[in-house]
Design a protein around this ligand. Sequence first.
Ligand code: NAI
Length: 724
Amino acid sequence: MTTSEWKNYRVDIQDGVATVLVDVPGEPVNTLSRETGAEFGAVLDALEKDPAVKALVVASGKKDGFVAGAKIEMLRDVKDAAEAAELSRDAQAGFDRLEKFGKPVVAAVHGACLGGGLEWAMACHYRVVSNDKKTQLGLPEVQLGVIPGAGGTQRLPRLVGIATALDLVLAGKTVKPKKALAIGLVDESVPPALLLEVARARARALADGEKLRPAAPGVVDRLKKDPQATLQKMALEENFLGREVLFRQARKTLLEKTKGHYPAPLAALEAIQAGIEKGMEAGLATEARLFGDLAVSPVARELMGIFFATTALKKDNGTADPSVKGRKVESLGILGGGLMGSGIAYVTTNAGIPVRIREKDDAAVARAFAAVAGIYDGRVKKRSLDRLEKLARMRLLTAGTGWEGMERVDVLIEAVFEDLKLKQEMLRTFETLNPKGIFATNTSSIPVGEIAAASAHPETVLGMHYFSPVNKMPLLEVIVTPRTADEATATAVALGKKQGKTVIVVGDGPGFFTSRVLAPYMNEAVMLLLEGASVEDLDAALVGFGFPVGPMTLLDEVGIDVGAKVAKVLHGAFGERMSVPEAMGKVLESGRLGRKNGKGFYTYGDPKKKKAVDETVYDVLPGGRKRKRIDREEIAQRCVLQMVNESLLTLGEGILRSARDGDIGAVFGLGFPPFRGGPFRWIDAEGSARVLERMRRLEGRFGTRFRPAPLLVEHAATGKPFHG
Ligand code: NAI
């Protein structure tokens, strides 16, 4: 019998087993809502009463996904903590009922099984997964600033042990089928084609009273099998004192890692601990209460804001006209296979697109190959890729010193040295060979329009600004000039997404968006250094604000010479307010380039030792080695306000298309703290009138570089937020 009386479920009954397929209509993936929860309860009611049904299989009706999690719009729209806690209690009750259901229930999982999806699967009595790449399981809730709220903090440690559960939940990690099986999260892993068949067979066997899981082994057997793991588990998880140590240590590590900025992982820890120490019921109550508090917390609001922004960007073709389609990119050319070129070659071949690199000599060709292979090897070592897959992807890469092949590529990305003449020469040669091809420059500071000035087809020229290291950094900034055709923009945006990037499209101008807003932030840090601040205070202040590293460390990493070059370009473009302090020249003259030559604001001797400030750098700076204490709060505010004000200017000038893009660019490209949402979300949270007042005060002290952007004045006057 097949019934179609449900909106979100298809039920098929055969040989005593009811297969319930979750299939939320009109959506590409299944997400859980009040509606899917209530309806599942009704499905259970019906199947409970049906004497023909002896057992259930729960699976997905979508091709490649189980359940991606709770519907996030539902969380965003709750009005207060009490409502969110109630949402959690309802979901808990639903899965509780499933766990206690009188007939055996087997989960058959293929594709993403995340958050509420995994909580659902864990409440079933047996779990079979497909051993497919698309299958992944996890509780990523902390990444949105909340915790699993449907029993996840309780069932996971009971299934996989406390230490493993903490490892997964506190960082929101996901696992593949093999690992899921090894840690006991699932019972079986089978080829996708057999998934439903095996799940039904297990459901039937359970209904017949068969024991599918071997009885838990006794201590002696466990010790024989794996003495070290068993002893560790006994010492840490199976006695009260050991557990105390485990939880205390986890809390300490979390505080060090999150610096107190992210409350969700700590709350998850608290819920897990409550459940282990006081039992499931108390654990569930704690989970629901904390879930409620977190769902309406400012951090969750910002993290969800970022989630919605990236989701919207995924659907955005990068132009004002949503009907524009990009060209299909069947092959990509790259000029220059250095640091950036080889990284771009990796992300492209990894996306299954053939790449041709042109380098200047044979040695450079060999280095480019080795660099791409090196990134793949790292993945093979970490087991996120196997050797055959690596070889298949490397086969998509060819390289040489001539232009052959470039006449056929759909897009060419140039990543040669940062030199206008050289880039223009590359553009001209490419155009004569391939007049229709799209030419993208990866320049970090030269306005794209200046390069395009050499072009006979400026409508095919744009910028694709990647960040280093390309294989890790999530952002791509696509730069369009007034003459770039929409088709070229849409092509670059779609290519970037295929390469796994979050893509923002910005207008042309010195420094585009990211480099431009970073410059005054870095300059302010240098100004503070010249006023006498210490390198330690500067870095600690901005790490305290939530950046992953402080400005002095960043300058060392990027290269002090590179920073000085970009600063000079921007000073030339924007004058006085971006003037580069002269003392920076002295720092460079003292032979400091940063990490790359082992000499910067820090010393880079022994990699095992904690890096220390190189006190001799103060000898070329005003004030010498005797540094002044400048309040860290003031340091952070001054630097951040520079970045924020510059962001406002770029929005006002139309470099940015929207506040959303600026927030994403700053968070994903510059490390602006995600829990603060980005420069524009930060202004909204602080209040534009208050931000304006701080700017005015600083303008009084330091002059034009703190002159508030017109947009800030406007928003302060109307009180209108940047995000509705
Ligand atoms: P790199 O020095 O590592 O690579 C440049 C490569 O271009 C070298 O391998 C060189 O042999 C090759 N090359 C030079 N002239 C050539 C020619 N005529 N034909 C073919 N190949 C040629 O430099 P990197 O860091 O990869 O930078 C490349 C571009 O990317 C620059 O425009 C840079 O400003 C930009 N960029 C760099 C970032 C970074 O963090 N390093 C970030 C974003 C953009």
